[in-house]
Design a protein around this ligand. Structure first.
Ligand code: BGC
Ligand code: NOJ
Length: 827
């Protein structure tokens, strides 16, 4: 069942009922000011850091769900309603929500009054602009009351949600005409405030929540709205809010347009106040309000936003035989890559914004899907991430975006982290040809006095693996690898211990984690990412170092085949008891997805057919109609030696859920191995546009990836195997966005930036006759036509560039050339 449809021409998803199976959200803002907005206008805003600089309040896990947002209430002669249906939930005569690129438009109609609200965050602007267009579509004059509503958060979202003994006394506001200012703590330690304005006179306001809503009422029936009139309350402590009240009369056919702005302002210490030392200096706020003070200016901002996105999305656009692929590649997957790049795993409807900052591994992987859009921002991010590395190549697992400092609470010792840096730096060079990034001086642990070049950072990353091998010559698993839930040094039997930060004291003498537990996944990631480091060294003429690094890669491949090949697939790990994990010998969890794709893509055991055997095993044991499960069989009991993974009921999350992120590695591997049909099958099982028809089962947004889909074992724990199979969770912030962008564009469509230029080597469904693509790359435009006359899955029979035949599949770079017309004939 569908709850809307794709409007590709406008790059929008149009939701036609407010009662979606879960709130379907969008993100506004790409720079500093961000908003989350659901299809009923729920959500919140923050500046840069969803924990430390939260502007509006949101209550997670609320009952009912998604209560709290920026709301417009109408009281039309006693009929109370919202254009987004919620929170009043009066049945509407018409409803529509259009989530677009950086904006959301919600339209509701009731009793001939149509209200259309467009929300967006303009470029280079720290605020959410909301245009409300009210139209009387009836034949009689209408007089009604309009109320706006936003609830302020007292800045630190974590403190805001638990330190009530203090916070109920600190809230401060100021009202100046139609502008309500949130200046909590501004007098003392803060240099910032927020405001909510409207570009018209008002008939009243409220700034105190209890006065507006009523202590025993809810968002669904605020007392002031029921009364049809604001109370002009002035918050002094308790819960400060901002609500404008306006009486409006519209003749038949008449419209009124209002522009509201929810803004954030920072002021230098010495300019915070007017001469009285108390009143906020409003110069900057007023300039912000002025910038979008009319519908014309609003339109101008929207035009700029559209132009921005059209330009970004024009860097890669494809026309394939499948319009679902086109809409994923050309619109939604790229859009999601921007969002994950900006927010890492911090703030979504499943990530509370207070738990995690930027992840080392996560952000490096996000770069892979984003780097073609704005390479400069990718570069800056890579440098920020590398700055939280330690001199020995280990690194902080997370850092806070506001301070850019490593997060000491979580610490380091995640075995895979350093390798992702090699991949992100390589991706940046492959995209831009800017080898200069390797010369950048980058600190360790944010200490510039011990800075070294980025190339050195790559070296310590590479050797961090080589220097930390276990008994089989495979990388030590440490606290966890990519799978945060395989914690082989944890052995936790006490509630409250964090699986990721707790390591059993029995390993204290060994340096904090087992020197026996090894990760095959990291071994394979090493053989996959390592060759990039070797190529970089060769390019720099460091042949000896390159040969030395290559020898380590070769040795690792040998070790994998000697100790981690299970006959039909690769093992997952050796646990701290030296036992195999992910082997036929295991009682449960005999096969895991994570090491397989990387091993295949680095040709480990290829000469003995390891790649095809592994792909066959994956298809048999892991594939389902909704994607590939992470492991099989699911764990049905707690394995203390494995850690968090077996705490999840079978079919969910890392215990045999369809963890879409690692599905991409198999899509890539199948494509790499020439199995274009298989690659596309796995791709279409999870790509959101393909799940649209089953939105009632999938539940989360059909335009973006979620982290997890319930696997075939979901429900097995309660004897209802298959219950919730196919149900999505944790939408939006997932490495799946980047990796599936890589999978579809670089592996299936095969348009892959390489160190020496653009490589085109598709691996597509055999039925396809071909496809076309436009790719802007290193300052030139590539018009690509792929023909598939023999209906093969993979193989480049010939390539022509600007009419001339070229050997191989890399388009040779010609200095100064602005246009490459490339024709690839498969066969
Ligand atoms: C989840 C992982 C996640 C981790 C973050 C675990 O509980 O299952 O998916 O990466 O927490 O800390
Ligand atoms: C989500 C985390 O953000 C990511 O870092 C991790 O790799 C996966 N979960 C798997 O555990």
């Amino acid at each position: 069942m569908k709850f809307g449809y794709f409007d590709d021409a406008n790059k929008e998803y149009v939701i036609t009922t407010p009662k979606t199976p879960y709130p379907w959200i969008n993100y506004l803002g790409t720079q500093g000011f961000f908003s989350l907005i659901s299809n009923t206008a729920g959500g919140y805003s923050f500046y840069k850091d969803a924990r430390l600089r939260r502007i509006t309040r949101y209550r997670y896990n609320n009952v009912p769900i998604d209560m709290g947002g920026r709301y417009f209430y109408i009281n039309d002669n006693g009929t109370i309603w919202n254009p987004g249906w919620s929170p009043v939930k009066t049945e509407l005569d018409e409803y529509e929500c259009r989530h677009g690129m950086g904006y959301t438009k919600i339209t509701g109609k009731k009793n001939d009054l149509k209200v259309n609200v467009t929300f967006f965050v303009p470029q280079d602007y720290d605020g959410e602009v909301q245009q409300v267009v009210l139209t009387n579509e009836g034949s009689a004059e209408k007089t009604f009351a309009l109320f706006s509503f936003a609830e302020w958060c007292l800045w630190d979202a974590q403190d805001d949600s638990n330190n009530f003994q203090r916070n109920f006394s600190t809230g401060r506001v100021e009202v100046d005409g139609s502008v309500i200012y949130h200046k909590t703590e501004y007098r003392d330690r803060r240099n910032h405030f927020a405001f909510y304005s409207v570009n018209d006179s008002i008939d009243g306001y409220d700034t105190d929540r209890d006065s507006f809503i009523g202590l025993y009422n809810g968002f669904n029936n605020p007392e002031a709205v029921l009364a049809g009139k604001a109370t002009n309350s002035f918050a002094d402590g308790w819960a400060p809010i901002a609500s404008h009240y306006k009486k409006i009369t519209l003749k038949p056919g008449e419209s009124k347009t209002l522009v509201f702005i929810l803004g954030y302002v920072e002021m230098p210490q010495d300019q915070k106040f007017e001469a009285d030392g108390k009143t906020i200096n409003k110069v900057k706020a007023k300039a912000m309000i002025e910038k979008y003070s009319t519908p014309e200016k609003f339109e101008e901002g929207m035009k700029e936003l559209r132009a921005y996105w059209n330009k970004l999305l024009s860097i890669l656009s494809v026309t394939t035989p499948d319009d679902k692929v086109d809409r994923m590649v050309n619109i939604w997957n790229q859009y999601q890559c921007m969002v994950t790049f900006n927010l890492s795993r911090s703030a979504s409807y499943f990530e509370s914004g207070i738990g995690r900052g930027m992840g080392f591994r996560d952000s490096n992987q996000d770069v892979l899907g984003f780097v073609h859009q704005i390479p400069d921002r990718a570069k800056e991010r890579i440098i920020d991430i590398a700055s939280t590395q330690f001199p020995d190549g280990g690194c902080y697992h997370q850092y806070q975006p506001l301070t850019k400092k490593g997060n000491a609470d979580i610490g380091g010792d995640f075995s895979d982290d350093p390798l992702w840096l090699i991949l992100s730096v390589s991706a940046y060079i492959k995209e831009t040809g800017d080898w200069g990034i390797l010369d950048e001086m980058v600190p360790y642990d944010n200490d510039m006095s011990i800075a070294q070049t980025m190339l050195e950072h790559l070296k310590v990353s590479f050797y961090h693996i080589v220097n930390n091998l276990g008994p089989h010559g495979l990388p030590l698993a440490m606290r966890a690898d990519w799978n945060d839930c395989i914690n082989l040094s944890c052995f936790s039997d006490t509630p409250g211990e964090s699986f990721q930060t707790y390591t059993n004291p029995k390993f204290a003498a060994e340096g904090g984690y087992s020197k026996v537990a090894e990760s095959v996944m990291v071994a394979a990631l090493f053989t996959y990412s390592g060759p990039n480091y070797v190529e970089i060294l060769k390019h720099l003429g460091k042949d000896d170092e390159a040969a030395k690094a290559q020898a380590e890669i070769d040795k690792m491949k040998k070790n994998i085949m000697e100790s981690a090949w299970d006959g039909d697939w690769f093992l997952r790990a050796y646990d701290a008891n030296g036992e195999k994990m992910g082997s036929k010998e295991c009682e449960e969890g005999q096969i895991f997805i994570e090491p397989q794709g990387f091993a295949i893509m680095s040709d480990v055991g290829k000469e003995q057919g390891a790649d095809l055997k592994t792909l066959a095993a994956i298809d048999e044991r892991l594939n389902t109609k909704y994607g590939l499960v992470l492991n099989n069989a699911a764990f049905t009991k707690y394995y203390i030696q494995y850690g968090e993974i077996s705490t999840y009921p079978g079919g969910y999350k890392e215990n045999a859920g369809i963890f879409t992120h690692n599905n991409a590695w198999i899509i890539c591997a199948a494509a790499y191995a020439g199995q274009g049909d298989q690659a596309f099958k796995y791709y279409s099982e999870i790509a959101p546009a393909f799940t649209e028809e089953t939105s009632d089962i999938h539940k989360t947004e059909p335009y973006v990836y979620g982290q997890m889909i319930g696997g075939k074992d979901a429900g097995s724990d309660i004897g209802q195997t298959g219950k919730n199979f196919g149900q999505g969770k944790n939408s939006w912030l997932t490495g799946t966005a980047a990796w599936n962008m890589v999978a579809i564009s670089q592996y299936i469509l095969g348009i892959q930036p390489d160190f020496d230029g653009l490589s085109i080597n598709p691996s597509i469904p055999h039925e396809w006759d071909g496809f076309t693509a436009i790719r802007r790359y290193r300052g030139a435009t590539y018009n690509i036509t792929v023909k598939n006359p023999d209906h093969v899955c993979k193989g480049v029979a010939s390539m022509e560039v600007n009419g001339k035949a070229v050997e191989g599949c890399i388009v040779p770079l010609t200095e100064g050339q602005k246009e490459y017309n490339v024709v690839v004939t498969m066969g």
